[in-house]
Design a protein around this ligand. Structure first.
Ligand code: GLC
Ligand code: CA
Length: 553
């Protein structure tokens, strides 16, 4: 197994808009991140992933970029970003950026020229089709609306996989690809150590995407899902190889791609000389949803299934490459609400969940607030939601005569704003996030869940800190980083158990992910306990007990 600097990393994801406001406009900013570097250093993380901070009209909170070379004024200036990189480096922390290049904003000057001048070179930076007046076909965007948007009152339509304010870029175009590569080099020179690459599986569009025809709909809206047309299409690797050879590999960057890779492609994507350092696996973070009629809905799942999905994912990735265990991000609700029944929420269950994923093989990710055990926001109506994705979905439901209440109930537990409410620093007004009303409401539970609990004996933060120390700074760091993964399977559905091992140690991670006691098999009783989220150590696992134990070989 090749050693790489980023294999020793623990990544902390920051959603800048919601992290810390320092200039009293209710919006988080880069100076706010600088202010809390001490906090992050205390937690022990050594890499920060910044969600997009480029100039943007913020239709999708920065995932709609209007200028790839400038920091958005609401977050600060390019100098602020350089200062952040410098300050972070003094703590030994690296910064990676979000690379959003499947699409840009409809406010980007490329797009504006493309719209105004059908013959300009920028028109071919986008996917624009001229028809006799109808939309080219009935493909549905991920936001639930048509993927084609008419330009003014012309017969030209542009393609957007996401919101209509996010026109897709045309990767067939060599000059576009060159522009993107130059832009990446620009940020690399500023000290950026890598990229989290957004929606990358959609870069290549199949021929059928442009066909003039009405495809057999898969929903009552008369449209058909975009995935089979644009996700992981044959030939996408060519574009990705170019990025790897021109940028990622040249500068020894860390890259994590947002893409679900099928088993037969995994080694090409993350194997030796793979396209990326690692990819996010959705299989266990999306196990609570399913697609019906082209739309996502909640589904019931079991702990057994969760366990199987995690084990499958680890086994598949281990065969050729490196993983990126995570529970949360800015597109997911809070993990504690997803995986733990409401009645069981508390210190033990939250730390059991943390133990479950943190020692898996790969570079672990923590999303802001996860280390405090932050919970979903108690949304009461759609007006409280800020996410365009949720608003589009809701309005579309109303338009199509669907049950809007049912859609709202789904969004309440699954909506992305659950993870986007302000970081809860303390018990001051607005949770210490800002001195004025923030852009999105603070979760009222900040009075008890906040970063002031750090020193309490039973603090979720303290537990995360200890997990990070074990993984990075203890004598078991090598084993917990490079050691192999082995699933330990027993009859008990709620018992999740695996080990990490090398020539020196075997480290066993045992979790009771339920409330009924589980008696441990004899072979799992002996060893030195490294971590225990409860007091008991009596050969049984009590309600939501998690134990990490080591044996010398
Ligand atoms: C990714 C991002 C998400 C964004 C979408 C479009 O899935 O994580 O937040 O809305 O891409 O850029
Ligand atoms: Ca601000």
């Amino acid at each position: 197994m090749r050693e790489k600097w980023w294999k020793k990393s623990v990544v902390y994801q920051i959603y800048p808009k919601s992290f810390q406001d320092t200039n009293g406009d209710g919006i988080g900013d880069i100076q706010g991140i600088i202010r809390h570097l001490d906090y992050l250093n205390n937690l022990g993380v050594n890499m920060i992933w910044l969600c997009p901070i480029n100039v943007s009209p913020m239709k999708d909170n920065g995932y709609d970029i209007a200028d790839y070379y400038q920091v958005d004024p609401s977050f600060g200036t390019n100098e602020d970003l350089e200062e952040l990189v410098r300050c972070a480096n003094t703590y030994g922390m690296k910064i990676i950026m979000d690379l959003v290049v499947n699409h840009c904003s409809d406010q980007h000057k490329w797009f504006q020229e493309a719209v105004e001048e059908p013959d300009s070179k920028y028109a071919s930076y986008f996917i624009i089709e001229e028809t006799d007046g109808n939309e080219p076909n009935n493909i549905r965007s991920y936001n639930g609306t048509s993927a084609w948007e008419r330009i003014g009152d012309s017969n030209r339509f542009y393609f957007h996989a996401f919101a209509k304010e996010q026109p897709d870029l045309n990767w067939e175009n060599k000059s576009l690809r060159e522009e993107i590569i130059n832009m990446m080099k620009f940020w690399q020179k500023k000290g950026i150590a890598g990229f989290r690459i957004d929606a990358i599986g959609n870069l290549k569009k199949s021929k059928a995407t442009f066909e003039r025809k009405v495809f057999e709909p898969d929903g009552s809206d008369g449209m058909i899902s975009a995935e089979p047309f644009i996700l992981m299409q044959e030939g996408i690797e060519e574009y990705l190889r170019e990025l790897r050879d021109e940028v990622f590999d040249k500068y020894d960057m860390f890259t994590v791609a947002e893409v679900n890779v099928p088993e037969n492609k995994i080694s090409e994507f993350i194997g030796e000389n793979g396209l990326f350092s690692t990819v996010f696996d959705f299989s266990y973070t999306d196990l609570d949803i399913e697609k019906i009629g082209g739309k996502e809905w909640k589904r019931n799942w079991t702990v057994k299934e969760l366990k199987e999905k995690i084990f499958q994912s680890q086994n598949m990735i281990q065969r050729c490459g490196w993983g990126s265990p995570y529970l949360e991000n800015h597109d997911q609700p809070r993990s504690v609400n997803k995986y733990i029944p409401e009645k069981d929420l508390g210190y033990e269950s939250k730390t059991a969940l943390a133990t479950l994923y943190f020692f898996l093989r790969g570079t672990p990710f923590i999303y802001q607030g996860q280390e405090l055990g932050m919970e979903n926001y108690p949304f009461k109506c759609i007006e409280e939601m800020r996410d365009q994705f949720a608003v589009d979905r809701y309005e579309q439901a109303e338009k199509c005569g669907e049950d809007a209440r049912k859609v709202f109930d789904y969004l309440r537990v699954r909506g992305r704003d659950n993870a986007r409410t302000p970081m809860q620093w303390n018990t001051d007004s607005y949770a210490g996030f800002s001195t004025v009303i923030p852009w999105i409401d603070v979760n009222p539970d900040y009075v008890s869940i906040n970063a002031q609990q750090l020193t309490e004996p039973k603090s979720v933060f303290g537990y995360y800190k200890e997990m990070i120390r074990l993984r990075n700074k203890s004598e078991y760091a090598e084993t917990l980083t490079y050691g192999d993964f082995r699933a330990i399977v027993t009859e008990e559905d709620n018992f999740i158990c695996y080990s990490r091992y090398d020539e020196r140690y075997e480290i066993i991670i045992m979790i009771n992910f339920g409330t009924d006691m589980i008696s441990l098999p004899n072979e799992l009783k002996a060893g030195k306990v490294l971590l225990n989220n409860r007091r008991e150590n009596d050969g049984t696992l009590h309600s939501y007990q998690a134990i990490v134990m080591v044996r010398e070989k």
